[in-house]
Write a protein that binds this ligand. Structure first.
Ligand SMILES: [Zn+2]
Length: 182
């Protein structure tokens, strides 16, 4: 059998005889500071530690299985591109929890259970996107003529400038007429 770690599998958990343990989810290594490791105690394999180590492997594998992949943010698709520290995940590993999602570039990948939708980093992205989406909706409801110049897009700005210069001409003309009358 070839030696080495298979990559690009949904989930894998590795134990080495020196007690080091690591995990990968959807081809991405789980960071060594991930909360998943908080109770993990390094146990090297030796004559006295076989029972302890096998218990640790069993416990870790069970915990790993009960964890779920973070859902990221499936809502607010219209503003996904505005999130600076997020990326689109096209779900090439066919995770059942989401189809296509937007997740933080610092996404923790795993969350402790089915009840937790997304990790803390993706939750921040969710808050940001929900605010931006609400602002955009509010914006869409404001008629163009009432919007401040800086909130207009380029064609709207051109149109506004033309309107202003038309208004100025009209004002000047009526001003001239008034002057003549006086
Ligand atoms: Zn996440």
């Amino acid at each position: 059998m070839p030696y080495g770690r298979p990559t690009l599998v949904q989930r894998s958990l590795f134990f080495s005889i020196d007690g080091a343990v690591s995990a990968a989810v959807n081809g991405k290594d789980l960071s060594s500071t991930h909360p998943f490791w908080q109770d993990a105690e390094k146990t090297a394999l030796n004559e006295d530690s076989t029972k302890e180590l096998s218990e640790f492997v069993f416990k870790s594998a069970n915990r790993f299985r009960s964890h779920e992949v973070c859902e990221g943010v499936e809502d607010f698709r219209e503003v996904w591109k505005t999130a600076e520290d997020a990326e689109i995940d096209y779900n090439r590993f066919h995770e059942p929890r989401f189809k296509v999602t937007c997740r933080s570039t610092e996404c923790l990948t795993l969350v402790p259970s089915l009840k937790v939708k997304r990790c803390s980093y993706c939750q921040s992205v969710w808050r940001l996107l929900s605010k931006r989406s609400a602002t955009r909706e509010g914006d869409a409801q404001t008629p163009e003529r009432k919007k401040a110049y800086k909130y207009l897009n380029t064609p709207q700005k051109t149109k506004r400038m033309k309107q202003i210069s038309k208004d100025m001409k009209r004002l000047r003309a009526s001003n001239e007429r008034l002057k003549r009358k006086v």
